[in-house]
Ligand binder design. Structure first.
Ligand SMILES: *Cc1c(COP(=O)(O)O)cnc(C)c1O
Length: 421
């Protein structure tokens, strides 16, 4: 296996095959000719792996899956139509009605609503823990617990989970851990080195890098089969699957988590990407190694500058000395803390004035774009929460959030300086 930045450019595609194209081709197709009735039957029976139908697999998406898995040092990946779909698949691949999952309290809003409302209607209960207060985890676990889900660097609160003890508890109870690694990317945090079982990402953010489309991915670690096989928490991996003529996943010699997500969840739910979207993410992944370093450097420079500004009351950035996440950032992150910075200017009107005054920073609710973004959480993403819920989510009226891009940082600071005044 190559170094990450090499895998991102070369893995899972051999340009000496096919037409020899340097760029990965876009296989914009719905279906595939089997060649013979026997091949068709063999592929459906998994006696032979090959293309069946783009809801199940596609050669362009397959390159992205192979590359992303290798970049993150995992065993296999499944690309989905969005990060939200990746989070849903990861949970639905483990938990069923009548069972529960543990969810970090510092979490992406979409994941919060998915679990608190949609999955609740499907009978999956969510129990909330604090990923930096380890004693809140174990009391929530019972024999119906199927997953522990948290974010490496949380969006939007910019907190870092304390991985080591969470994973240790999960392993003791033989429960799968899922980390949303969107903000850190595989370059700043390698979840499988810390024993996490499954990672999910929104590809729409740093992987795309240019805000070009919506996509997601699930990656499983090497050796995850050992947790799934024979584990009474996961009978659906160990008993005959009636929807697949009695197939027993545990008997197959493949990474089982993504295989089942593909054969069962992608088959039935169909949240898969267009081949063109996969191709865009392949382009983004090629330069992610460079961009994430620049995002991180710019963000740290801006965080330090903000901290010294008299009109700024507080600044959140994990690698800022004195930040409440500093020790975790030093322990878990490698080479930077990504592009999210937030700062508090005390009141709502002042925050809004800053938003209305920036010229380079765009007023957008997205992160991970090469272009810098400014957001006022109180009046947009967290508007529907009441004051108490906002407080719990760490949202104050004067909080401004930045997704720092890769422009020249001198211009970004000048823009903020004139906006803050
Ligand atoms: C954006 C985001 C998602 C959802 O991804 P989409 O591609 O927008 O569906 C999930 N988790 C995190 C941390 C995100 O930032």
């Amino acid at each position: 296996m190559s170094e990450q930045a090499t895998s991102a450019i070369h893995a899972a595609y051999d340009n000496r095959e096919g037409q020899g194209t340097m760029a990965v081709p876009i296989y914009q197709t719905t279906a595939y000719e089997f060649g013979s009735a026997e091949t068709a039957a063999n592929r459906f029976a998994l006696r032979e792996l090959g293309n069946i139908y783009t809801r199940l697999n596609n050669p362009t998406t397959g390159v992205l899956e192979g590359r992303f898995a290798e970049v993150e040092k995992g065993a296999a990946a499944l690309v989905t139509s969005s990060g939200a779909a990746a989070v849903f698949y990861a949970i639905a691949n483990l938990a069923a009605s009548g069972e529960n999952i543990l969810l970090a309290n510092k979490i992406y809003g979409g994941t919060l609503s998915l679990t608190q409302y949609t999955l609740k209607r499907f009978g999956i209960e969510t129990r909330v823990f604090d990923p930096q207060d380890i004693k809140t985890v174990e009391p929530l676990i019972d024999d119906k617990t199927r997953a522990i889900l948290f974010e490496s660097i949380s969006n939007p609160s910019i907190d870092i989970a304390d991985f080591e003890p969470i994973v240790e508890i999960a392993k003791r109870h033989k429960i799968a851990t899922i980390v949303d690694n969107t903000v850190a990317t595989p370059y700043l945090f390698l979840p499988f080195d810390w024993g996490v079982d499954v990672s999910v990402h929104s590809l729409s953010k740093y992987t795309s890098g240019q805000g070009l489309g919506i996509g997601g991915v699930i990656v499983e670690r090497n050796g995850l089969n050992e947790l799934l096989i024979g584990n009474p928490r996961y009978p659906h991996f160990n008993e005959p699957d009636p929807s697949y003529h009695g197939l027993i996943y545990a008997a197959l010699p493949f990474p089982l988590f993504t295989l089942r997500a593909r054969l069962s969840l992608a088959r039935d739910i169909g949240a898969i990407p267009a081949p063109f979207s996969s191709w865009l993410f392949i382009q983004g992944l090629e330069t992610l190694a460079l961009r994430i370093v620049k995002h991180s450097e710019n963000a740290l420079t801006i965080a330090k500058w903000l901290k010294s500004h008299p009109k700024v009351q507080s600044v959140n950035y994990p690698l800022l000395e004195g930040d409440k996440n500093y020790a975790y950032a030093k322990k878990y992150l490698r080479g930077g803390a990504s592009g999210l910075v937030s700062f508090d200017v005390g009141d709502f009107e002042f925050a809004k004035r800053i938003l209305n005054s920036t010229k380079i920073f765009s007023r957008v609710v997205n992160i991970g774009d090469s272009k810098s973004i400014i957001t006022h959480s109180g009046s947009t993403t967290h508007q529907q929460l009441n004051e108490k819920e906002q407080e719990a989510a760490g949202i104050t009226p004067g909080l401004v959030r930045l997704s720092v891009g890769i422009e020249d940082v001198r211009d970004l600071i000048a823009d903020l300086a004139q906006a803050i005044g």
